[in-house]
Design a protein around this ligand. Structure first.
Ligand SMILES: Cc1cc2nc3c(=O)[nH]c(=O)nc-3n(C[C@H](O)[C@H](O)[C@H](O)COP(=O)(O)OP(=O)(O)OC[C@H]3O[C@@H](n4cnc5c(N)ncnc54)[C@H](O)[C@@H]3O)c2cc1C
Length: 418
């Protein structure tokens, strides 16, 4: 039997970063996953460290858009009808949190984390020898219609208020930035404060290797074996049981698998926003220098080691529902209109589950009623971005240091107050 100061459950970007931060505070730490690091949701995302992120992805609030989503005419979303009754309360809360004033308030809550997100990555990627996976060229959101570009006004006003850098582009500006894109765009917005990651899963593996090189224990085990053992918590691993007084649940979309049996005495309304990726073979001279997001087309494009990665919008379904192909088929067609690309790389589309709360903010802090248990999950569309900076806040809270920012917006008790 091994004993450490802390156990971190889940070796995605969030858990691996938390383990590194706890280790940096001098704690002995076991990082436990049932598979290799970076093989869950953190494997297949769009690879953008979004230091400039402001407004969460919202639930449509005008009737026309809502009807298009309901009729499955929008490229941005899909849903499994059978999953909706159980999801209805979550969707209602998401709808409420998508009011413009609420969105701006969420953006302000998240800003202290977003503002540090790239620096926190660089502080890990440097010593992990992974800076070569990052390209600091920002990302560009492009729009077919002038009305959609004009509708970014709310986001740009918030950017001006909070000092987030961007450039509005006319069609020539978009062309100058990304010459390979086909003509026909009304314009775009270049958000400068982002890194592009060519291999998000590889980045997590590099961070996990850094954790081991700094004396951390990386173990294979099933987090669902977590149980009380005297004054400590115990998890079974392939290397035997591990005990610790502190346990961090960082299991992303699987976090409730562990928390439900522990009967956490507070609501934890976690749902999944599923998303897919496919890769296209790039054509000579038709590459991209940064992520390109086309919201109306329902996709983002990123240059990755597997090819040009196209990721889809949101699918509301149960975590374990079988994959569908409606969004992927649409995205393939839309991408071909936007960028000259080669064949789709012949592997099945990858499916990931964004772990999401209705207010799009993660839960970071002590679990009420469960001494020694800390939560660090629910990073929604921003887990790659926020993993390392969340790890810093989590480590502040675990060790009793003064938190670098107010943790109240991320409190695990916040839905009890709602
Ligand atoms: C299509 C798509 C595009 C995205 N694009 C971006 C982007 O550009 N930028 C961004 O910031 N974010 C993006 N995201 C979101 C981001 O990928 C997630 O928020 C993030 O990966 C969540 O990380 P995590 O560590 O919480 O979860 P995960 O990476 O899923 O890690 C959880 C870990 O828990 C382990 N686990 C589960 N159950 C058990 C168990 N019983 N026992 C042991 N281990 C277990 C899993 O194996 C896994 O390794 C995107 C997501 C998707 C789906």
């Amino acid at each position: 039997m091994a004993r450490t100061d802390a156990i971190v459950l889940g070796a995605g970007i969030v858990g691996t970063s938390a383990a590194l931060h706890l280790r940096a505070r001098g704690l002995s730490v076991a990082l436990i996953d049932r598979q290799a690091p970076g093989e869950g949701t953190s494997f297949g995302n769009a690879g953008v460290i979004e230091g400039s992120a402001l407004l969460p992805v919202s639930f449509p609030r005008n009737l026309g858009t809502l009807v298009a989503h309901a009729l499955k005419l929008s490229a941005q979303s899909n849903y499994n009808l059978a999953a909706l009754p159980a999801l209805a309360p979550w969707l209602l809360a998401y709808f409420r949190a998508s009011a413009p004033a609420m969105q701006a308030s969420i953006g302000r809550d998240l800003r202290p984390l977003m503002a540090l997100s790239r620096a926190e990555h660089h502080a890990l990627a440097g010593p992990a020898g992974a800076m070569g996976l990052l390209t600091p060229t920002g990302w560009v959101k492009v729009y077919d219609r002038q009305a959609d570009l004009d509708a970014t006004a709310l986001e740009r006003r918030l950017a001006d208020e909070l000092g987030v850098a961007y450039t509005v582009l006319d069609p020539a500006g978009v062309k100058a930035l990304e010459p390979a894109l086909n003509p026909g765009l009304a314009g775009g917005v270049h958000w400068h404060d982002c890194d592009n990651v060519s291999d998000p899963g590889g980045l997590v593996k590099a961070y996990a290797a850094l954790f081991e090189s700094r004396g951390g224990l990386l173990l294979t085990g099933d987090a669902r074996s977590l149980r009380r053992s005297g004054e400590a918590w115990r998890v079974e691993t392939a290397e035997g049981p591990v005990d610790a007084k502190v346990v961090v649940v960082a299991l992303g979309p699987w976090s409730l698998d562990v928390l439900k049996p522990l009967r956490l005495p507070a609501p934890v309304p976690l749902a999944v926003k599923r998303g897919y990726h496919v890769h296209f073979a790039p054509l000579p001279g038709k590459g991209l220098s940064r992520a390109v997001v086309d919201r109306a087309g329902g996709f983002s494009l990123q240059w990755t080691k597997g090819g040009i990665r196209a990721t889809t919008g949101i699918e509301f379904a149960r975590r374990e529902d079988p994959p569908t192909d409606i969004q992927v088929r649409r995205v393939i067609a839309h991408v071909r209109k936007r960028l000259p690309v080669g064949d789709v790389v012949a592997t099945a589309p990858w499916l990931g589950c964004r772990p999401a709360f209705p207010d799009s903010k993660p839960m970071i802090g002590a679990a009420p009623g469960l001494p020694g248990v800390f939560l660090d999950f629910g990073h929604s569309h921003w887990g790659l971005t926020l993993g390392p900076v969340s790890g810093r806040l989590l480590a502040d809270l675990v060790t009793g240091a003064t938190p670098f920012t107010d943790p109240a917006p991320f409190a695990p008790t916040r839905f009890s107050r709602a």
